[in-house]
Write a protein that binds this ligand. Structure first.
Ligand SMILES: Nc1nc2c(ncn2[C@@H]2O[C@H](COP(=O)(O)OP(=O)(O)OP(=O)(O)O)[C@@H](O)[C@H]2O)c(=O)[nH]1
Ligand SMILES: [Mg+2]
Length: 225
């Protein structure tokens, strides 16, 4: 293009997200080639992500592989391994979310292509905001809200609730002690998102866990049908 005097051509850099999405697409391709269904599990710290994964690991054993994301420590991966599943820890060293590049390295570390798991669950760093913008290569995002957090969180942190395919209302065993109206959280989520399923569960009593497990396995079998 001829240059107009006084005007400078400005090259616009590719947005950072494009690179992430490219790597996420490659992660997705690798996961699908192994016949696994992948979930990106997102919530505030302490909502019960790892406790749910321990409960799923007890049922699924080596049919489940988990990638754990935390700022620091290998604690969550150790918990999942102890419960019987394959686990790999990502320590972000400060970052408040996982990205596709880190997950790609973790897929290498667990030797994805040599596994014969049905499900891959990625526990994101405990944070309700930042993880929502980064695709990791998953088939679906699932968000947890636990009863002690309060039933008003969906509209306060809408970005993740717009993107989820599953809403998990956790620590349901605490219902008698908590002023938490599950229907309020579900209704507010419906105002943002018309395509999600809901499970109310307790990883402590086991309520709803088997049902959620069957749901995930049904999603996996649809991949290979
Ligand atoms: N009553 C009750 N407590 C639960 C349940 N699930 C988890 N907890 C408790 O909640 C606390 C936090 O659980 P974690 O599973 O470590 O939470 P997390 O979401 O993995 O936390 P981060 O990895 O730090 O983000 C622990 O003390 C658990 O025992 C549940 O279903 N009922
Ligand atoms: Mg955890």
């Amino acid at each position: 293009m001829p240059e107009t005097p006084g005007r400078k051509e400005v090259k616009i850099a590719k947005p950072a997200m494009n690179k992430n999405d490219e790597i996420a697409a490659e992660n997705h391709r690798r996961i699908e080639a192994c016949g696994m269904f992948a979930v990106n599990l997102i919530s505030s710290p302490g909502s019960g992500k790892t406790t749910l994964l321990e409960a799923l690991a007890k049922i699924l054993q080596k049919d489940l592989a988990v990638i754990e994301g935390d700022v620091q420590t290998r604690r969550d991966a150790e918990r999942v391994e102890k419960a019987g599943s394959i686990a790999c820890q990502i320590e972000t060293g400060g970052s408040c979310h996982l990205d596709a590049q880190r997950v790609s390295k973790a897929l290498d570390e667990i030797k994805l292509e040599s596994l014969s798991c049905k499900l891959l669950i990625i526990e994101n760093v405990g944070n309700l905001v930042c993880p929502s913008s980064y695709n990791l290569g998953e088939h679906m995002k699932a968000a947890l809200i636990s009863l002690p957090e309060g039933d008003d969180k969906v509209l306060k942190y809408p970005s993740i609730f717009r993107r989820i395919k599953v809403l998990l209302i956790t620590k349901i065993d605490l219902q008698p002690q908590m002023e938490f109206d599950p229907e309020r959280a579900i209704k507010e989520c419906e105002s943002l998102n018309q395509g999600f399923d809901t499970f109310k569960l307790s990883a402590k009593t086991g309520e709803g866990v088997e049902e959620f497990c069957k749901y995930l396995l049904a999603k996996q079998s649809m991949l290979t049908a």
